[in-house]
Ligand binder design. Structure first.
Ligand SMILES: NC(=O)c1ccc[n+]([C@@H]2O[C@H](COP(=O)([O-])OP(=O)(O)OC[C@H]3O[C@@H](n4cnc5c(N)ncnc54)[C@H](O)[C@@H]3O)[C@@H](O)[C@H]2O)c1
Length: 385
């Protein structure tokens, strides 16, 4: 029987680091509805945000990261902060004996991402990355149909993820948002939206992204001073998969109007279109004239949230003692594809994706990270059968 990964074996006690939009609209909300999870603490340097989340979901507010990370009664932490904080907080929490669910993109460098994965291994703790696109109903249906060979062998694909920008989503609402600042975000739409597709496509096709050729630009988004932002707002990429499949990916923060999250796969028997028709988010059209449309759940958008299932899945994995499906290595590979896109744009040529973790000597060059630092027990909830 699989070993339980949490202290009281009946409920996972979870701390939230960050009380911004993703914590409010996804992790906090979904965990508050999960009888096998206990929201044990929330910390945000902007205390009003933590207090607001607390008022919605009845979560104790703590005064520092350290107080939350060092709390021995907390089993797991969800990192819901700007990208630049992901690695530091994840590593500190792992070292303090917590399992971690970290938002995407997992880190702002491959060194940091490698250190997150190796720390999780050394500490014997689970590290999951919040790649929620995989759990969206159309993408789950697509995975099933692709594996059944409904459109034959996939030869090429086109995938897009674009909307009008994160400045209306983030709690840093407006042109001053951290999403627009290189030192906090590291990368713009390619890291915010493109990384989802760099995760989803390999997951759907069962093969890594091997090489990319990318144009990445800042075309329209302005910061609070009216200057173009320091990260990209558009990315156009050609991908070569390890099995030879060729694809196109666009990511954008300037697709003003409705969100575009459409993927088309072209196979030897026909094509499959995902996310184009709101009533039938999976459409199949075959060369022999056959067609099928599937009325499955919708793709979530920033304005219409659909339950992501990510925090529930994390809780299930901890209670059942099983491996997390969206693990650190897959998150690393998605980040590596994003990094390769940036490098390709800079170098003006195709770049191979680094799909293996950095070696020891490379990781040791990474900046040293501070160790991190408890709390009262809460009533037990029923254990999952
Ligand atoms: N999986 C998805 O679909 C998805 C969607 C949106 C955002 N995200 C990711 O979630 C993360 C957070 O994004 P958001 O939209 O919630 O941003 P946000 O701006 O709404 O909130 C971020 C919060 O983190 C807080 N914070 C900053 N430093 C902190 C620290 N050291 N400890 C604790 N809190 C800290 C900020 O004060 C802010 O309240 C980002 O990495 C983003 O890429 C993922």
């Amino acid at each position: 029987m699989a070993k339980k990964q949490v202290a009281n074996e009946e409920v996972v006690r979870i701390g939230l680091l960050g009380a911004g939009s993703i914590a409010l609209f996804r992790h906090g909300l979904e965990l508050s509805q999960n009888p096998y999870a206990e929201l044990a603490a929330v910390y945000d340097p902007i205390t009003e945000r933590a207090e607001y989340l607390s008022s919605l979901y009845n979560v104790p507010v703590v005064k520092s990261e350290k107080a939350l990370i060092d709390d021995k009664s907390i089993d797991a932490v969800i990192v819901c902060t700007p990208n630049s904080e992901h690695a530091r907080l994840t590593i500190a929490a792992l070292k303090a004996g917590k399992h971690v669910l970290c938002e995407k993109p997992m880190a702002t460098s491959l060194k940091d991402a490698t250190e997150m994965i190796t720390t999780a291994e050394k500490c014997g703790k689970k590290l999951m990355i919040g790649h929620n696109q995989c759990l969206m109903s159309p993408h789950l249906k697509a995975k099933q149909l692709l594996s059944e060979g409904v459109i034959g062998d996939v030869l090429t694909f086109r995938t897009a993820f674009g909307h009008g920008g994160p400045e209306t989503w983030s709690q840093d609402n407006g042109p001053h948002t951290w999403f627009f600042k290189k030192e906090k975000a590291y990368v713009g739409c390619m890291g915010d939206l493109g990384v989802h597709k760099c995760y989803l496509i390999p997951w759907l096709l069962g093969t890594d992204i091997e090489e990319v050729s990318a144009y990445i630009a800042t075309m329209d988004k302005k910061n609070e001073k009216g200057e173009l932002i320091t990260v990209d707002d558009n990315a156009v990429v050609i991908l070569k998969m390890a099995n030879g499949v060729l694809g196109q990916l666009t990511a954008s923060w300037t697709y003003y109007g409705p969100e575009d999250n459409i993927t088309t796969f072209y196979g030897t028997k026909g094509r499959m279109i995902l996310g184009a028709d709101p009533d039938y988010p999976v459409e199949v059209y075959l060369a022999n004239g056959e067609a099928a449309k599937y009325k499955v759940g919708a793709v979530a958008t920033n304005t219409v949230q659909v339950k992501s299932g990510i925090p529930d899945l994390f809780v299930d994995c901890l209670l059942d003692g099983i491996d997390v499906p969206f693990d650190g290595l897959k998150g690393y590979k998605a980040l590596a594809a994003v990094v390769a896109c940036m490098d390709s744009n800079d170098a003006g040529k195709a770049i191979k994706v680094k799909n293996t973790l950095l070696c020891d000597c490379e990781t040791k060059k990474a900046p040293a990270r501070k160790a991190a630092p408890a709390r009262k027990a809460a009533p037990a909830k029923k254990m999952k059968k």
